[in-house]
Design a protein around this ligand. Structure first.
Ligand SMILES: [Zn+2]
Length: 154
């Protein structure tokens, strides 16, 4: 006997077709995860999206959201993928700090420090961020940066 799994689809959730099992209301998702930024009240310069294609605009990190994921997918991705983005950001900052300290010391030998990061999870975070960007601006050729245009993913 063959059974078909019933899945819910929340209208407007980009995870519906690829991840399945939507549930809850459509919820606000940060285009780039909050944890990526140090201070969410900070203003950032954004350019390349439809609403700022010609000139950069200053917007708050907190305002860079769109209702593009259902509550289940927003929470699931926030719990599994966003922490790796935060760890990656912290690792890069720590690496830069160590570089500066070691420059001052001037020694030629250092202890090797390892900062393990999950490759598949950071890849998922990059994909999530790309899809969020595409969903936010809802444009066929939405991401334009230095002349490179990325086609819309269907
Ligand atoms: Zn969903």
């Amino acid at each position: 006997m063959r059974t078909t799994k019933q899945t819910k689809h929340v209208q407007g959730c980009w995870g519906a077709s690829s991840l399945g099992d939507c549930d809850g209301k459509l919820s606000r998702e940060h285009t780039v995860s909050e944890c990526f930024w140090g201070d969410t009240s900070e203003l950032i310069s954004v350019q390349g999206m439809r609403w700022c294609a010609d000139a950069p605009k200053m917007v708050s990190v907190a305002s860079m959201t769109a209702k593009v994921l259902c509550e289940v997918h927003n929470n699931r991705l926030g719990e599994t993928v966003d922490p790796v983005a935060a760890l990656t950001t912290q690792t890069i900052k720590e690496s830069m700090r160590l570089l500066e300290v070691r420059k001052k010391i001037g020694s030629r030998t250092y202890n090797v420090l390892k900062f393990p990061i999950s490759g598949p999870r950071i890849e998922r975070w990059f994909l999530k961020t790309l899809i969020n960007s595409q969903s936010l601006i809802n444009s066929r050729f939405a991401l334009v940066n230095d002349g490179i245009e990325l086609p819309q993913m269907n």
